[in-house]
Design a protein around this ligand. Structure first.
Ligand SMILES: NC(=O)c1ccc[n+]([C@@H]2O[C@H](COP(=O)([O-])OP(=O)(O)OC[C@H]3O[C@@H](n4cnc5c(N)ncnc54)[C@H](OP(=O)(O)O)[C@@H]3O)[C@@H](O)[C@H]2O)c1
Length: 237
């Protein structure tokens, strides 16, 4: 099997399930040594052992422990990861009129602030090395409004704004970044909403699969360093 990422290292956040887990698997299959970050310590340890990677049990909302975990990872790898995929995320549906402050804060804290923290911790060393790929997982809801997505969209529109500034700052540095905007993808993020029994939501069979999104990450990470894909939107056909 061809291994275009042989010799490269990758950090994937949200790697304990769903899109992040599929990305970790795809990058590992392509030859990268993958660090799997999520709060579920048992899962990331088991998957890291299976993939010959590194477990990084951490919470992206907890600055101090996240920073320490990433410092430890860089020390362990001897350099920052070549590929950084920000896939940790939360989702929920609640109208603006009744959205709880806690849920709003959680969406912003995990989806937007967590992405910022990971980039902020690793970017200086990636710039120093003059190469690397950052993939930020946004969403179709970072561009389009869906009723009930107030908190989620606020966070994902924020990721898009942050990403667009990052793109400008990275120009000519050798470090590239891609914003992935997947449409609905069949993962456990939908479980509390039971979409197959709610006509206002897409049925699971009409959703993308996690490996579809993982293939897109693999594609952008495998391109020659001279190529960057600033935005990749992924829809169900
Ligand atoms: N599924 C979709 O329809 C869809 C569509 C577009 C975009 N996306 C985006 O894709 C990304 C992955 O979503 P998914 O569908 O794969 O969700 P998922 O199956 O629920 O997985 C979410 C992942 O994020 C991790 N996570 C959540 N909170 C965390 C925290 N505080 N610190 C560290 N890790 C945390 C979870 O691990 P632990 O619980 O172990 O920490 C888990 O690995 C998200 O950014 C989501 O917004 C999803």
């Amino acid at each position: 099997m061809e291994q275009p990422l042989r010799g490269q290292t990758a950090l994937v956040t949200g790697a304990s399930r769903g899109i992040g887990a599929a990305v970790a698997e795809a990058l590992s299959d392509a030859g990268a040594k993958v660090a799997l970050l999520a709060r579920s310590q048992d899962v990331v340890e088991a998957d890291a052992a299976r993939l010959g990677g590194v477990a990084v049990p951490a919470d992206v909302t907890d600055d101090a422990s996240l920073w320490t975990a990433l410092d430890d990872l860089v020390e362990h790898l001897g350099a920052p990861p070549h590929i950084v995929v920000n896939a940790a995320g939360v989702f929920g549906i609640e109208p603006c009129r009744s959205e709880s402050v806690r849920q709003f804060d959680l969406n912003v804290s995990v989806n937007l602030r967590g992405t910022f923290l990971v980039v902020r911790a690793l970017l200086p060393a990636m710039l120093e090395r003059g190469m690397g790929t950052i993939v930020n997982v946004g969403s179709v809801a970072g561009r389009r409004a869906f009723p009930g997505n107030g908190a989620y969209s606020a966070s994902k529109f924020g990721v898009r704004g942050y990403h667009e500034v990052l793109l400008e700052e990275l120009r000519g540095t050798g470090v590239r970044a891609t914003l992935l905007e997947p449409a609905a993808t069949d993962t456990s993020i939908w479980d509390p909403l039971d979409p197959d029994h709610d006509p206002s939501l897409p049925a699971r069979e009409a959703m993308l699969l996690p490996r579809d999104v993982a293939d897109a990450v693999l594609y952008v990470a495998s391109l020659p360093p001279r190529v960057r894909i600033p935005l990749l939107q992924i829809e169900h056909s």
